[in-house]
Structures are given as C-alpha cells and as structure tokens.
Design a protein around this ligand. Structure first.
Ligand code: HEM
Length: 230
C-alpha cells in the first residue's frame, strides 16, 4: 500500500511503476541513507507487537488482556495511518523526495496492525461467531465505520504491489485516494467508541492531526486546480 494517492514517486502511474522498479534496485540518487533508514523503520515498526508479546509473557496485560490488545493494536493502526498520510506533506515541506520511498511500507504496517486489531476482535471477542459479528457491525455504529475502514484498507493492501500499480494505471490512483476516507472513518470509529465512555481527549488529539493532514492535502489540491485553470 503506497498511498496517499501518488504511486511511489510521481503522479503518473506508468512512470511511477517504471521508476519504482528501478528504484527497488538502487537508492534514489544521492540518498545512501535510505536503505539503512528503511531497515531501521522496518524494525522499529515491530515495537507495538513486541510490547504486547513482552507484556503478555510478563503478565502485564492488565485485568482484561483482550481489551488491552484490541485497544493497543487499534491505536497503533491509527498512528501508522497518520504517519503514512504525513509522508507527502513532509516531502513537500522539506523537499526530500526520498521520503516517499517509506510510504508503502508504512501503509502496509497500518494494514498489519489493523489486521491484528480485527483478528483480536474476531477471535477473542467474538470467537468467530459470524452471526454475532454481522449483528455487531449492523448494530454498533463505531464497529460499522471501523469495519468500513478495514475493508478499504484491504483493497489498498491488495493493490499495493508494483505490478498492480502498472496493471491498474489511473484506476490505482483513484482507488488509493480512499486513504483519505480511511483516515476520516478511523477517527470517527475512535471518537464514537470513546464518546460512549465520555473520554474524548485522545480522539480530539488524533482528530486534530487528521484534520491538519487532510486539510493540507485539500489546500494543495485547490491551489493546483486554480493554477491549472489559469
Ligand atoms: C482502519 C481500521 C481501524 C482503526 C484505525 C481502528 C482504531 C481503533 C482505535 C484507535 C480504538 C480505541 C483504542 C483505545 O481505546 O485507545 C479502537 C477500538 C476498538 N475497535 Fe477499532 N479500528 C479499526 C477497525 C476496527 C474493526 C474492523 C473492528 C471490528 C469489526 C474494530 C473493533 C474495535 C473494538 C471492539 C474496539 C473497542 C475495544 C474496547 O472497547 O475495549 N476496529 N479501534
């Protein structure tokens, strides 16, 4: 998953697929730090799972381990979504084009933690009771929107390989625009869940981050549209 919307490095999907296949063989010009940095990010991204395992084996998951794991994996999914969405603004603000080379990996980690989050719910909360899950999805709005975000994430993860970028062409770009909807649904899911517990501190913080990230994109898009129209 290489979202947000621009495949790998450029707006043109075919060009991007071509340059991506070359880029996979060598670091972007003048950016020798990319390979070690990618390895560091790859390892660091396992921290949330390692923490859960460590807490599990040292009996520190609290009175309700399932709740701990569901909440931890949910929060880390959101964190990875925010980091993935921050790549493009960071690239534009710093001028460091190489940042884009981290986007696919970060997006796939968001999907990885979302899968763990969903699996915890599916397995330990509902014991694979499909009827109960469907009922929950239809009945509890925060589960409905969380599920919608997860389904969209699956679509982005499945179409993340470079071969898919090439195969889908412009449709790839359109599909990967749904990363913005995923961001919004994720906040709604979090907000709704915490509203029931009258604890909106964290949803407000993440909501502000998401509004800034999506708002920045919208401003850039509107500005580019105005320039093109002239
Ligand atoms: C992109 C997808 C998703 C994201 C970003 C996400 C994120 C989150 C977050 C941030 C929390 C609250 C964590 C906390 O309390 O600190 C949460 C809770 C929860 N999520 Fe998700 N979620 C997603 C998808 C799903 C799906 C697909 C399901 C199940 C169908 C689900 C079920 C739950 C449940 C049951 C809780 C509440 C746990 C509790 O009350 O203890 N989520 N999620």
């Amino acid at each position: 998953m290489a979202s947000d919307t621009q495949p790998v490095t450029q707006t043109e999907p075919r060009k991007a697929a071509r340059s991506a296949s070359t880029a996979s063989r060598r670091p972007a010009s003048g950016a020798r730090w990319i390979v070690p940095a990618k390895i560091a990010v790859f390892i660091a991204a396992w921290y949330p799972l390692a923490r859960i395992v460590l807490f599990g084996v040292t009996d520190r998951l609290g009175a309700n381990p399932i709740e701990f794991i569901t909440r931890s994996t949910g929060l880390w999914t959101l964190v990875f979504l925010c980091i993935t969405l921050a790549v493009t603004p960071l690239r534009r603000l710093t001028g460091v084009a190489a940042f884009v080379r981290f986007r696919r990996m970060l997006g796939l980690y968001a999907f990885f933690y979302a899968t763990l989050h969903f699996t915890t719910y599916l397995w330990f909360d509902k014991w694979f009771d499909v009827a109960a899950i469907l009922k929950d999805i239809g009945k509890r709005p925060f589960i409905t929107v969380g599920f919608a975000a997860f389904v969209l994430l699956i679509a982005l993860a499945v179409t993340s390989p470079r071969a898919m970028v090439r195969k889908l062409g412009r449709r790839w770009q359109m599909l990967h625009r749904s990363i913005y909807a995923i961001g919004a649904l994720a906040i709604l899911h979090f907000w709704w869940m915490k509203a029931g517990k009258h604890d909106l501190v964290l949803p407000k913080i993440y909501g502000t981050i998401m509004v800034a990230l999506l708002g920045w994109r919208l401003i850039v898009w509107l500005r580019e549209r105005r320039v093109k129209a002239r």
